[in-house]
Design a protein around this ligand. Structure first.
Ligand code: VG1
Ligand code: CO
Length: 543
């Protein structure tokens, strides 16, 4: 037998963040670093022998090396089968779809999502469970604890295998099936959307610019939009996944996707722009000369869901992360369906979807999705918008303005302060938390505060509790500021400040968000002393 055991030293400080373990490539290249995480994972899973695992990544630098390592370890662990995307490619939503359609026990996604890639960039790994969704905290905590004490890695002594052609081969007795990365995902999309109507839309001259940001969304967008739906060649730009994303920062927001924004602001702008992130689970929707806020995108989708075949029977409920704007709450209320408020991170939506309590979910960070998989899904959101445009004959802008007219506008912005010293960021949050009891009932910067707390979430399905999920300061009129530290960064700390104010007056809907939010921005500075703690006088990214 070719099984071998390699003695190793336990690693510390590998606690997975908002969505898996993300570090610099150079950290992952340390001897046994990746192996330590994978072994810890395999050790804490209740069962692996005889089961099927899904494996793939966003194609970034180190993807191929990591896949070979994991395949050998899976063989040593006794998995019967691994389904791996051709060339090692699978987007995050595709992994979720493959797990579900093939009844796999789980899947490993190799991605640092929206973080930059390449030898000097980031790498990441996350595990998805049998429902296709991110591992719950209970499991990731167990992996972390195990990684601190394990002293042996089990693998097999075999050469790398080719992942270039579809089909089945054996690796130390385990079957490795190289699958078409797009097929299962495309099948799910066909079940949900009116492809005929979208085909007619493109045939009628509708112009879309889809920027895949040289990341994994390209092959999916090309196959579906240009291949099946008849969008003209060139609709998908930056469509080939590159190991360094062509030097782009594959984070679809107006700051990082500047080129797309420039095209949509131009005189000859296409009808719609869209972009997806490194692992294709995020989406940005842009109208002609009109940027859509992700929170509004979720609300528009919820408001018109029954126009789309897969949701014709109605939606059971909606969920949003706590910092996401309350636009979708207002839609849910009007439709008389429940709306859940969860902590940041997709893993909190899984139980609600499994229990059939919600159909649509979203986050302010350009993440939207539904119970068709258990991840957010970038291309799904784009297809949803195309289907809505085809069904209503309305433009992107008209759909958003319609939402504002019906429910008022939730003026929204997120300010990120990146690369802060971790000690300073921790101190800011500590002092802010300490000040919370004294804030309620006071007026700061002219705004009367109703309450201030640290968000805790009790999962309505399994009763598990998550504490310290973000500080919120809520005014008497419901407008609010939320503060939390990022759990996905790899350099220092990132403070995120989320600002929201509801504007019912249609005459004021065109006031720029930063201007409309000015009192809240001032309040955030006063209560958190951001300048003093971060040494920065403005955010590094404003979306
Ligand atoms: C960020 C976003 C969060 C999202 C997470 C993973 O987390 O704010 O909403 O779920 O990224 O998205 P944080 O902890 O940095 O704020 V992805 O597309 O990077 O997997
Ligand atoms: Co992502």
């Amino acid at each position: 037998m070719t099984h071998i055991t390699i003695p190793t030293t336990p690693f510390d400080g590998q606690r997975p963040g908002t969505s898996g373990l993300r570090k610099k490539v150079s950290v992952f290249q340390q001897p046994h670093y990746l192996e330590n995480f994978v072994q810890a994972l395999f050790d804490v899973l209740p069962e692996t022998a005889g089961l099927t695992l899904v494996l793939g990544g966003d194609g970034r630098y180190y993807n191929r090396v990591a896949i070979q390592t994991i395949l050998r370890m899976a063989a040593a662990k006794g998995y019967a089968r691994v389904l791996v995307g051709q060339g090692g490619i699978l987007s995050t939503p595709a992994v979720s779809a493959v797990i579900r359609r093939h009844g796999a026990s789980g899947g490993i996604v190799l991605s640092a999502s929206h973080n930059p890639g390449g030898p000097d960039g980031d790498f990441g790994i996350k595990y998805n469970v049998g429902n296709g969704g991110p591992a719950p905290e209970k499991l990731t905590d167990a992996v972390f604890e195990r990684s601190k004490v394990l002293t042996n890695i089990s693998t097999v002594d075999t050469a790398d295998i080719s992942l270039e052609t579809e089909g089945s081969q054996l690796l130390a007795g385990m079957e490795v099936v190289v699958i078409d990365p797009v097929a299962d995902y495309a099948a799910v999309m066909r079940e949900l959307f009116d492809f005929e109507a979208i085909r007619r839309l493109f045939a009628g001259g509708f112009r879309l610019r889809f920027d895949a940001m040289c990341a994994v969304g390209g092959p999916y967008a090309q196959a579906l939009l240009e291949g099946e739906l008849g969008a003209p060649a060139g609709t998908v730009v930056n469509g080939t996944p590159l190991e360094d994303f062509g030097g782009l920062h594959p984070d679809p927001n107006p700051v990082n996707a500047q080129d797309l924004i420039a095209h949509l602001l131009a005189e000859d702008a296409p009808d719609m722009g869209a972009a997806s992130d490194g692992d294709a689970d995020r989406n940005m929707i842009v109208g002609r000369k009109f940027v859509v806020s992700p929170s509004d995108s979720l609300a528009v989708i919820a408001a018109h869901a029954t126009l789309v075949p897969g949701y014709r029977g109605g939606i059971a409920g909606v969920a949003r992360s706590m910092p996401t704007s309350t636009a979708v709450d207002r839609v849910a209320k009007a439709q008389n369906i429940p709306c859940f408020e969860t902590p940041t991170g997709w893993k909190f939506f899984g139980n609600l979807m499994d229990a059939g309590r919600v159909t649509l979910c979203g986050e302010e960070s350009y993440g939207t999705g539904s119970s068709h998989v258990r991840e957010k899904d970038g291309l799904w959101a784009v297809l949803f918008w195309l289907n809505l445009i085809a069904a209503t004959g309305k433009s992107v802008e008209a759909l958003v303005r319609g939402l504002w007219a019906d429910y008022g506008r939730c003026v929204y912005s997120r300010h990120d302060y990146e690369g802060i010293a971790t000690a300073q960021a921790d101190a800011l949050m500590r002092e802010l938390r300490a000040s919370l009891p004294s804030l309620a009932g006071r007026a700061i910067e002219g705004l009367p505060i109703a309450f201030a707390d640290d968000f805790s979430y009790t999962d309505p399905v399994d009763g598990s509790v998550s504490h310290k999920q973000g500080v919120r300061v809520v005014m008497e009129d419901g407008s609010r500021v939320v503060f939390r530290l990022s759990g996905t960064g790899t350099e220092g700390a990132t403070l995120r400040v989320y600002l929201e104010r509801h504007e019912p007056d249609i005459a004021r809907h065109d006031i720029p968000a930063q201007e409309a939010l000015q009192p809240l921005i001032a309040l955030a500075e006063t209560v958190a002393q951001i300048r003093a703690f971060t040494g920065m006088d403005r955010p590094s990214v404003t979306t």
